[in-house]
Design a protein. Structure first.
Length: 303
């Protein structure tokens, strides 16, 4: 995979990015499983990995650090995202009583230091805030991010699951650019095309990162009305393009300039996503999928 710039200010990344947010839910665990998935991604040309302090029951970063320690690949040959903001109760963090947000300066600073230690690295390529804590002092939050960047501990700042207004709000406090916003976007959830998220990301010369590009497997296996309707059209197009329906679904995202954020542990599903980059989806086919992904009342509004 040819590496591309994440934004006009951001680093180069692989066009598909592997994320560990579903790691605990998949039932896989342990160093061998982590090593296997990382090496498979690297074989496919995916060198960009997305972490967060909470992923895998607060353990994914440490597992990845163990893989990095083995030196089967060089640190400079991979791009690492990590993030903080959401705190969730877990046996590994008994002091957390309720799910809550924390993007305070103190929490950000502590989270970065913990992530560096667990990942066994001196720097994080892109550090993100996952959602915006309404209780945070944004001036202090922005200052903490800029200090971490100035120290070299983080090289770029990003956000995840920010609305347009939240994105604008944080940016107004920062002297350095935000280089990415991770949003949920797939054929079963096109909200980002309607609420301005996608447009604003592009206005800021960034590539949108599409989380859940296969809708958590619903595109392939969903039985609800929307999933069945979209699946039918994808099946027809898969014959036209001689491809898998999941590859067509991801090609639909790529046509928007989005980078798919992979969350599956299935090698075949990862391969389907990689194969999507070889598909040049016809404009009318793209709009046919967009139309079928919406309710009847909404379909007249897309043109």
């Amino acid at each position: 995979m040819k590496k591309i710039y994440l934004s006009d200010s951001g680093p180069k990344v692989s066009p598909a990015i592997y994320g560990f947010w579903r790691w605990e839910d998949t039932g896989v665990s342990g160093l061998k499983a982590m090593e296997k998935i990382v090496n498979y991604c690297l074989e496919q040309g995916i060198n960009t990995f997305d972490h967060a302090d909470i992923y895998g029951g607060y353990q994914c970063e440490e597992l990845f650090g163990e893989v990095l320690k083995q030196k089967s690949f060089r640190r400079e040959d991979v791009v690492l995202f990590t993030k903080c903001g959401i705190s969730i109760p877990h046996a590994n963090r008994p002091e957390i009583r309720v799910k809550h947000l924390d993007t305070s300066a103190a929490h950000i600073t502590a989270s970065v230091d913990n992530s560096l230690r667990k990942l066994r690295t001196d720097y994080i390529d892109i550090f993100l805030l996952d959602q915006l804590d309404p209780l945070a002092n944004l001036e202090e939050t922005a200052l903490a991010l800029e200090r971490l960047r100035g120290s070299g501990k983080i090289r770029n700042i990003g956000v995840a699951n920010f609305s347009v207004f939240q994105h604008q709000l944080l940016a107004s406090y920062l002297k350095v650019p935000i280089v990415t916003n991770h949003i949920e976007l797939n054929l079963l959830n096109t909200t980002a095309l309607d609420n301005g998220q996608l447009d604003y990301i592009k206005q800021r010369y960034m590539r949108p990162l599409a989380a859940a590009p296969l809708a958590g497997g619903r595109i392939e296996n969903g039985t609800d009305e929307l999933a069945v309707r979209v699946h039918y059209i994808l099946e027809q197009l898969s014959k036209k393009y001689d491809s898998n329906i999941e590859s067509i679904a991801v090609a639909w995202l790529i046509k928007l300039g989005a980078l798919p954020l992979i969350g599956t542990t299935s090698e075949q599903r990862i391969r389907n996503i990689v194969d999507a980059f070889d598909i040049e989806l016809d404009r009318q086919d793209w709009y046919e999928l967009y139309a079928v992904s919406r309710t009847k009342a909404d379909r007249a509004d897309i043109y």
